[in-house]
Design a protein around this ligand. Sequence first.
Ligand code: AMP
Length: 259
Amino acid sequence: MAYLSHFFAFSPPPERTVRYGRVSAGRLIYLRIFATLPFIMPMKKIIIFLGPPGSGKGTQAKIIAEKYNYGHLSTGDLLRALQTKKNLTAEETTALAEMKRGRLVADELIYELVFKEIDRYIANGQGVVLDGAIRNVAQAKEYQKFFEQKKLDSEVIAIEVALPDAESFNRLANRRVCSACGEIVPIDPAAPATTCPKCSGEFVTRADDVPAVVEKRVREQGNVPLQPIKDFYKKLGVLKVVDGTQTIQKVDQDVQKLI
Ligand code: AMP
């Protein structure tokens, strides 16, 4: 559809009217050029994944980052990594406590963790996939300001992995995570796995995946608070949506068509 509108918007001047059946030669050339555009346009450098907790945005972000050698920046992972850091600052200690309660951590800490990493990947000639890195409108605006300063604002695409809140709740309350490599698997009630098929690490329940905290996370990070963030990217004309209720493979196929 995108290139059809280009075709009509850029129709050639009427004097070039050699005709092939009902289509003029000029139009045929334009049609061919714009039909090819989606295949020759380079991938955007900043891919932002949005979605409620448990929507699978992390899984999709990892797939894309690996496939295209992009940096994968998961703010959840960056924050969890602080758990093993010695000499935490007061801000970091508070953030870990907020995380455990299922609440958002301070915006400033997020910028501190992420912006320098984006700079590093871009300087290295890579793009970045942002996974869960934007969870309120203030953050969306601050990231956009940062991208404008770095002349990266035309490189942004935001992909929402859409999932109803009820499904988000079910997924979080019924999953385990590998304590060694971070692999996440849904619990199979018939044969609950205790070790990770990828690295043989031990599966554990994430501290914020217990039911009371899950409820708070879905309320504070689910579809209601997500709406104004989606509106922000929609207004910028860069928001795309994939159906997160599908299999991982099918969601991946849909994402590949968009980037
Ligand atoms: P996740 O692993 O993406 O589910 O994130 C785990 C937790 O980290 C969230 O429940 C929040 O407490 C915190 N967190 C992650 N990303 C952000 C962000 N962009 N802003 C604020 N808090 C965040």
